[in-house]
Design a protein around this ligand. Structure first.
Ligand code: IPM
Ligand code: MG
Length: 361
């Protein structure tokens, strides 16, 4: 069972952080007697530079054949004003691989609790939230979309649309995830205003019948944005649409405190259904620190752990990676972005952090 992984290092700090995850993967191979083949492909700004396209056909083909994909980050000021932006590559690959389910866990590591933007008494209650974001529908992809003259005025428009199948399949992923956790699911919508949300809510309620052991609640997105700040401990799993999920997952990350620590998985179904999974840190390409050996590779390393668990069902290996990260943090080793929390700790570079985690496997 030689699994094949496509690496998409991307732009900015992407190549540095992916290189560290690769070190950890090699350590996992040794420790558990596994073997993975890997292949690099271009996506994002680097792909635009090399081929004119943010998501070249060759990259897409390689990803379709792979068992899983590990992505660093894409984008940067260099490509911001091009007609085709690096971000289009990311949206394109999500759509092309059918990655409709985006899982973004936001967990406060006890060693890093002081990094949260919240008061200690709020964080001490424990923050362990899984945001399940619908990733290939909603206003990101709805048609019609465009810019045109209407009655002499320039208008920009998008369409927020979900069909019942799209809602049902993301609902099932979220209910199943909740079932494996604290069995609480909060569906977030704007059903007091939007028709699309009213359908969303109906289908979520219908799907609940398949998961009667999970407790379901509903929240309007504006209230959820507030509740995440005033009482994050109330949440277990949140399920929501593409745009709300984009916003709330960043907010949950700030609550957890450290963008540099948070992994994500984008899946085309549950593990049992197969399909290629794409794993990436939720942080961006951080062009300001790119190439300086300052980036935090832990989010990418933890994304690798998610890959081992969700795509390959290698739970023991995934546990080992997560455990190694915690050990390194416990010893007070910190990259610059998470150093505030560990005053007695030692600041290490990106590459050293990769070595330290690999050594603990
Ligand atoms: C994310 C990012 C992307 C999104 C951008 C880069 C297109 O913000 O993954 O959350 O909006 O989905
Ligand atoms: Mg985002």
């Amino acid at each position: 069972m030689n699994k094949h992984i496509v690496l998409l290092p991307g732009d900015g700090i992407g190549p540095e952080v992916v290189a560290q995850a690769l070190k950890v993967l090699r350590a996992v191979e040794k420790r558990f007697g596994l073997s993975f083949s890997t292949e690099e492909a271009l996506m994002g700004g680097c792909a635009i530079d090399a081929t004119g396209e943010p998501l070249p056909e060759a990259t897409l083909e390689a990803c379709k054949k792979a068992d899983a994909v590990l992505l660093g980050a894409v984008g940067g000021p260099k490509w911001d004003n091009l007609p085709k932006r690096p971000e289009a590559g990311l949206l394109g690959i999500r759509k092309a691989l059918g990655l409709f389910a985006n899982l973004r866990p936001a967990v406060v590591f006890p060693e890093l609790a002081s990094l949260s933007c919240l008061k200690p008494e709020l964080v001490e209650k424990g923050v362990d939230i899984l945001v399940v974001r619908e990733l290939t529908g909603g206003i990101y992809f709805g048609k019609p979309a465009g810019e045109e003259l209407r009655e002499g005025l320039r208008c920009g428009f998008n369409t927020m649309i979900y069909n019942e199948d799209e809602v049902r399949r993301i609902a099932r992923v979220a209910f199943a995830a909740a079932r494996g956790r604290k069995k609480r699911l909060c569906s977030v919508d704007k059903a007091n205003v939007l028709e699309v949300s009213r359908l969303w809510r109906k289908v979520i309620v219908e799907t609940h019948a398949e998961f009667p052991d999970v407790e379901l609640s509903h929240m309007y997105v504006d209230n959820c944005a507030m509740q995440l700040i005033i009482n994050p401990a109330q949440f277990d799993v949140i399920v929501t649409g593409n745009l709300f999920g984009d916003i709330l997952s960043d907010e949950a990350a700030a609550v957890a405190g450290s963008l540099g620590m948070l992994p994500s998985a984008s899946l085309s179904g549950t593990a049992a259904q197969g399909g290629t999974g794409l794993y990436e840190p939720i942080h961006g390409s951080a062009p300001d620190i790119a190439g300086q050996n300052k980036a935090n590779p832990l989010a990418t390393i933890l994304s690798l752990a998610m890959m081992l668990r969700l795509s390959f069902a290698m739970n023991e290996a995934a546990d080992a990676v997560e455990h190694a990260v915690r050990e390194v943090l416990r010893e007070g080793r910190r990259t610059g972005d998470i150093a505030r929390a560990g005053l007695q700790g030692e600041i290490v570079g990106c590459s050293m952090m990769g070595d330290l985690v690999a050594a603990k496997i």
